[in-house]
Design a protein. Structure first.
Length: 173
């Protein structure tokens, strides 16, 4: 997790709020501005989630989310994905030189070949949704990992849900 003003990266790519008042949940109490003065998503009264691609994020930084939803066993995006896709598109518009790789990941339900192809199609669906939101296709690459890169074991539905995620890696700034 990335905590504070940029230290403490454990390789997971997950970010937590910066500055004082961090309650450990990834939310920052305060004005809704991070240390750079940029605004972010207001998640509850007086809480703030840091911008997805901050000005200090370097090449190789990975942002992971489970807030992009697909139809079961399909690459069809659900309407509930719109807020996260809008936030990502906004972040990319604010940082026009960033190029990203969109990475699809699945749980271990179903066969390896099916999950590999599903993860590739889902990453492509996310890329197309960003293109529809005005992001140049040349800034986006896609890659599917299927079930090969779980972040936790697949022993419970809660853990499988964590493994069904979309990641965004910064390739260039």
């Amino acid at each position: 997790n990335k905590q504070g003003s940029g230290s403490g990266n454990d390789g997971s790519g997950n970010k937590q709020g910066s500055g004082s008042g961090n309650d450990g949940s990834g939310n920052k109490q305060g004005s809704g501005l991070d240390s750079s003065g940029r605004g972010g998503q207001i998640t509850a009264p007086f809480t703030y989630d840091r911008s997805i691609f901050g000005m200090f994020d370097s090449v190789g930084t990975v942002f992971s989310t489970t807030k992009i939803y697909f139809e079961y066993n399909k690459a069809t995006l659900q309407a509930e994905s719109a807020p996260m896709l809008d936030e990502i598109a906004d972040a990319l518009r604010r940082t026009p030189k960033i190029r990203i790789e969109i990475r699809g990941n699945t749980d271990n339900k179903g066969g390896a070949d099916f999950n590999q192809r599903l993860s590739e199609l889902r990453a492509e669906a996310v890329a197309q949704a960003l293109v529809q939101r005005g992001i140049a296709e040349k800034r986006l690459q896609t890659r599917g990992f299927g079930l090969t890169k779980p972040i936790t074991d697949n022993s419970t539905e809660e853990n499988r849900q964590k493994n069904r995620r979309t990641e965004f890696a910064i390739l260039a700034r």
